[in-house]
Design a protein around this ligand. Structure first.
Ligand code: RB5
Length: 149
């Protein structure tokens, strides 16, 4: 798969290790920045990553900020993006399987590098269930975006 990765200054310290890990798993990576610890604004990088998914250049994405929360709020403003802020592997797996999440967010100030890489594994190794009520509910998320619900 092609995976887009983005961060702000508060996620920068672990971004390169996350990217290296994703590549070791056999995936290609698009790095949309940021590229230093200089203070910046997470919505910029969330939007850059979402654009890669919505254009079809990337299938899934990983966003890292201090908490993961700002990135997930910003990403979920984009129609077609289903972002989940996770700090446990069960949620990271289930958000792929049940919500068809296409963006995983986590916080460098919340998780250590070990858990961060496990979250990436849980998310990227899982598959959307694509059945029954999961299809209905994910379609309802689209209805919300279109003002129908
Ligand atoms: C930056 O200080 C911090 O607010 C940001 O990385 C993120 O945690 C926001 O949700």
């Amino acid at each position: 798969m092609k995976i887009v990765v983005g961060c702000d200054h508060a996620g920068y310290d672990i971004k390169d290790a996350v990217i290296a890990h994703i590549k070791e798993k056999g995936h290609d990576v698009i790095d949309v920045g940021t590229y230093s610890t200089a203070s910046c604004h997470y919505p910029v990088y969330a939007s850059a990553a979402c654009e890669k998914i919505l254009s079809g250049e990337a299938e899934l994405g990983i966003l890292i900020c201090g908490t993961g929360i700002g990135m997930s709020i910003a990403a979920n403003k984009h129609d077609g993006i289903r972002a989940a802020c996770c700090s446990d592997c069960f949620s990271a797996r289930l958000t792929r399987e049940h919500n068809d999440a296409n963006m995983l967010c986590f916080g460098q100030r919340v998780v250590g590098i070990g858990l961060a890489l496990d979250l990436v594994d849980a998310f990227l190794d899982a598959t959307y269930a694509n059945s029954g009520n999961h299809i209905t509910r994910v379609a309802m998320l689209k209805d919300i975006e279109e003002g129908k619900l």
